[in-house]
Unconditional design. Structure first.
Length: 463
C-alpha cells in the first residue's frame, strides 16, 4: 500500500497509545479521507467486533464523500471484497463479516436537542469526525465522549478520536492550530491532554495536529492543484496554503483583508469612550474596550473573584477605576450591556453616581436591521471599510488575536430587505466560546458614534 509521508506519520501517531486525539488536515487535497478510511478499515479487520463512530454535520455529504472513498478506493486497495461487508445505507452502518462495524452519525445541531442527548446511548471503540469545522464544539465533545466504550478492554486498546478539517475560525483553531504554532509548527506537534490508562497504569495523554496540504500528497492530481491555485485569494490561501486566518464568504462583515487594513500605529489625542461586555452570570469574560478618536486603543479583561463579593459590584468598581485612570469622568461616555449580571453592574454604577448608557442589543434599529446589535456591528464594519474606524496595532496581542477571530465570525444575510447579522448564540457555538472581545468593541463604537437626546436622562439614547 503506497501512502504519503504525512499519512505514514498519522499512522505512526495513531499507533502510539498515548496519543488519544488527532487532528489531521488543514487544507484541501491532503489525503484526509483516504487516510481515515484506511485506518478505520484496518482497525475493523484487526480487531473483530469493534465499533467505530464516523460523524459529520450532514449524513448526505458523509455518504457522498467519505463512504464513497471507503467503498470504492480503500476497500479495493486493502483487498476487501463485497462479500466481506454489508452496507446498510438506510440504517447508516457498514457491517463486516468478523462483527466489526462503522456507524454513520449525524452531528448537526438540533434546536430540539441542544445538549446532543441523542448520543447518550452510543458506544464506540473509536470516534472519527470528518470536516469538523462544520460542527459545533458541543457536538464534537459529546460525540467523542462515546469512545472507549466497546471492546477497548477486551483488546487492551486505547480509544482514539480523529478529526479532519479545513482551516476555519472556530474552536479548532484555538484547540489545535494555535498550540501547534506556539510549539514551533513543523510536520506535527503534540501536547498534554489529560490522562490515559495503559496496562493498568496512568500516563499523560496527548493531543496532536498534523497539517497535511495538497502539496504533501504525491498522489494528488496536478490538475486539481492547478484548480486550487486559481481560486480567489482567500480560498486559495485557506485551501491550498492551509492559512487559518482566512475564511471565504461574500457575507463576512469583517474579512481578513479589511482587518489588516484597519490596523494603525498612530494615535491622536481626543475624546475617549468605553464599552463593557459583561460576563453572562459570571461564566464568560468581562472585557473593557477603550476608543480614542476613532481608534480602538486597547481591551482589558476584568478579573473576577467570586469569593470576594457580588460580581456586579466588582465589575462596577473596575469600570469606575478604569474610566478614572483614562480621564473619563462623564458616565455618558461609557456603555454597558445591561443584561444578566449587567443589571446589577448598572445598579451599582448608578449608586456611585455613574449613570452610564445601556446598550440594548435587541433594541429597535433606525435602519433596515433586525435590531440595534445588528445595526451597530454592520455600521462598524462599514466605518472600518471607509477608514473611519481603526484598531491600534500595538494593543495586547492575546486580546487582539481573540478579537480578530471574534470579528471574522460575524456574517450577515438579508431577508425581505432586512439585514440579519449572525446571532451571538450561533457565533458562540462556532467559536466554542463567547465573542466577548467583539461585543465589547461594538458597544464602545456605539457609545462613540451615537447621540444623546437632551430631552432624556443620560441612559436614554437616540441612535
Amino acid at each position: 500500500m503506497q501512502i504519503s509521508r504525512k499519512q505514514s506519520l498519522a499512522f505512526t501517531l495513531l499507533d502510539n497509545p498515548y496519543i488519544v486525539d488527532l487532528l489531521f488536515g488543514g487544507g484541501a487535497g491532503g489525503g484526509k479521507s483516504i487516510t481515515i478510511t484506511q485506518w478505520m478499515a484496518i482497525q475493523c479487520r484487526n480487531f473483530p467486533g469493534v465499533r467505530i463512530g464516523l460523524g459529520r454535520k450532514e449524513l448526505k455529504k458523509l455518504k457522498e464523500t467519505t463512504i464513497f472513498t471507503l467503498l470504492k478506493e480503500t476497500h479495493p486497495l486493502l483487498g476487501i471484497t463485497e462479500s466481506e461487508y454489508a452496507y446498510k445505507e438506510q440504517a447508516g452502518v457498514i457491517n463486516y463479516v468478523n462483527g466489526s462495524s462503522i456507524h454513520l452519525v449525524d452531528l448537526a445541531y438540533l434546536p430540539s436537542d441542544p445538549e446532543y442527548d441523542r448520543f447518550g446511548s452510543l458506544n464506540f471503540t473509536h470516534t472519527v469526525i470528518e470536516e469538523a469545522g462544520e460542527v459545533t464544539q458541543k457536538g464534537r465533545d459529546v460525540f467523542i465522549s462515546r469512545k472507549n466504550r466497546h471492546f477497548n478492554g477486551k483488546y487492551n486498546i486505547v480509544g482514539k478520536s480523529i478529526t479532519t478539517c479545513n482551516p476555519s475560525i472556530n474552536f479548532l483553531k484555538d484547540q489545535y492550530y494555535k498550540p501547534y504554532i506556539k510549539l514551533g509548527g513543523g510536520d506535527y506537534q503534540k501536547w498534554a491532554h489529560g490522562l490515559v490508562t495503559v496496562d493498568q497504569k496512568d500516563y499523560t495523554a496527548y493531543r496532536a495536529y498534523i497539517p497535511s496540504l495538497v502539496t504533501d500528497n504525491p498522489f494528488a492530481s496536478p490538475n486539481y492543484i492547478h484548480t486550487l491555485r486559481e481560486l480567489p485569494d482567500p480560498e486559495r490561501k485557506r485551501l491550498l496554503e492551509g492559512n487559518w486566518d482566512f475564511k471565504s464568504s461574500d457575507y463576512m462583515i469583517f474579512p481578513s483583508p479589511l482587518l489588516d487594513r484597519a490596523l494603525t500605529y498612530r494615535l491622536i489625542v481626543g475624546d475617549r469612550y468605553i464599552g463593557v461586555d459583561i460576563s453572562d452570570s459570571g461564566g464568560d469574560n468581562t472585557i473593557i474596550s477603550l476608543i480614542e478618536k476613532g481608534v480602538l486603543v486597547e481591551q482589558v479583561e476584568v478579573v473576577i473573584n467570586k469569593e470576594k463579593g457580588i460580581i456586579g459590584e466588582q465589575i462596577a468598581l473596575a469600570v469606575i477605576k478604569y474610566a478614572t485612570q483614562n480621564g473619563i469622568t462623564d458616565p455618558r461616555r461609557i456603555g454597558i450591556d445591561a443584561i444578566g449580571v449587567g443589571v446589577s453592574t448598572r445598579d451599582f454604577l448608578n449608586k456611585k453616581g455613574w449613570a452610564v448608557r445601556e446598550f440594548i442589543a435587541g433594541g429597535k434599529s433606525e435602519g433596515n436591521f433586525k435590531n440595534l446589535r445588528g445595526e451597530t456591528i454592520y455600521t462598524m464594519g462599514q466605518a472600518m471599510d471607509k477608514g473611519e474606524f481603526k484598531i491600534y496595532g500595538r494593543m495586547d496581542s492575546i486580546q487582539y488575536s481573540k478579537l480578530r477571530d471574534d470579528l471574522m465570525a460575524h456574517e450577515y444575510t438579508t431577508e425581505e430587505r432586512v439585514v440579519l447579522v449572525k446571532s451571538k448564540k450561533d457565533i458562540k457555538e462556532q467559536l466554542g466560546r463567547s465573542p466577548d472581545n467583539a461585543e465589547s468593541m461594538y458597544i464602545a463604537f456605539w457609545v462613540s458614534t451615537s447621540k444623546i437626546d437632551p430631552r432624556h436622562d443620560s441612559r436614554r439614547i437616540k441612535f
